[in-house]
Design a protein around this ligand. Structure first.
Ligand code: IMP
Ligand code: MG
Length: 177
């Protein structure tokens, strides 16, 4: 895959170590209960796949929800669309962990949390691989954060710019930005 003009922000080995550290935190909290994971598509697909394979705690079910707010640019519109509905009987009374790729404005977190809270889970937590706290537009709580990063637009490891670069194995940014 072409990666011209991109600079590495988080190399593969650091990503792997960060995902393992997150898994240990999650394992501790869900050791006795296990969890249902809800992956926020599309960006979190690769992170979720890797996280699942290093978690020791029981994952009772894997579900997906699709959130989109970026019409192809790099700015969130604040208007988050959720598609792909979840069966309430799969989440009601369950310990639900939402897994996302990146915390930016926070609008996605609010929208997904509101939607899933309505399905009455036993508990609800939010995990994000990356966090850009400088960009936050709403106050929200992320329970697990893999890496706090500066305000760069990043791609790779599931994340895209206009649907490109999702397959890159590390996390990159555009240095000339
Ligand atoms: P938020 O709703 O602004 O917090 O944005 C969260 C979503 O926007 C993420 O789940 C990503 O899909 C997308 N996003 C935010 N920042 C970036 C970035 O730097 N690169 C790629 N996608 C991003
Ligand atoms: Mg996303």
């Amino acid at each position: 895959m072409r990666r011209d003009g991109l600079a590495v922000l988080i190399p593969e080995d650091e990503l792997r170590a960060g995902v393992a550290t997150l898994a240990r935190e999650i394992d501790r909290d869900y050791a006795t209960t296990g969890m249902v994971i809800v992956c926020v598509l599309k960006g979190a697909a690769i992170f979720t796949a890797d996280l699942l394979r290093v978690l020791q705690a029981e994952v009772h079910r894997l579900e997906f929800v699709r959130a989109s707010s970026y019409g192809g640019g790099t700015q969130s519109s604040g208007d988050v669309r959720l598609t792909g509905t979840l069966d309430p009987s799969h989440l009601g009374g369950q310990h639900v962990l939402i897994v996302d790729d990146i915390a930016d404005t926070g609008y996605t977190c609010v929208a997904v949390k509101n939607y899933i809270s309505g399905l009455e889970p036993a508990s609800l937590r939010y995990c994000t691989l990356l966090d850009k706290p400088d960009r936050r537009a709403v106050e929200v709580q992320y329970d697990y954060v893999g890496f706090t990063i500066p305000n760069h637009f990043v791609v790779g490891y599931g994340m895209d710019f206009d649907e490109r670069y999702r397959g890159l194995p590390a996390i990159y940014y555009f240095p000339e930005e």
